[in-house]
Design a protein around this ligand. Structure first.
Ligand SMILES: [Zn+2]
Length: 112
């Protein structure tokens, strides 16, 4: 699969959405909700990097999440593989359209 083509398709669809006057149909709104729920699940299910040599395994990897190759006595606590940064950035972007709603915290803004 060519991810570049898929990304280009998505950019074209988003540009069309920007040009489109008026609101979306209810079916389209629900499809957007489903897509965002899928992205949240995808992000949260992303695992830390695990390597054959435990030295290179992410310091936040756990036996519970990443499996038996991650003894908890190897944990350094912080994520040094980029997983946590990616998950946070993705969730921040997904939350941004809701920034005006009660409960949104200013510290969740990207680059806050
Ligand atoms: Zn990590």
């Amino acid at each position: 699969m060519n991810t570049t083509e898929l990304a280009e398709f998505l950019h074209e669809q988003l540009a069309a959405d920007e040009r489109e006057p008026g609101g979306w149909s209810r079916a389209r709104e629900l499809a957007e909700v489903d897509a965002k729920r899928g992205l949240i699940t995808l992000l949260l299910d992303t695992t830390h990097t695990v390597c054959e040599d435990p030295w290179y395994t992410c310091g936040a990897a756990t036996k519970e999440r990443e499996g038996e190759r991650c003894p908890d006595n190897n944990r350094r606590g912080h994520c040094d593989c980029g997983r946590d940064r990616l998950v946070l950035a993705g969730l921040q972007l997904l939350a941004l359209p809701y920034a005006e709603r009660p409960g949104y915290q200013a510290e969740w803004a990207p680059n806050a």
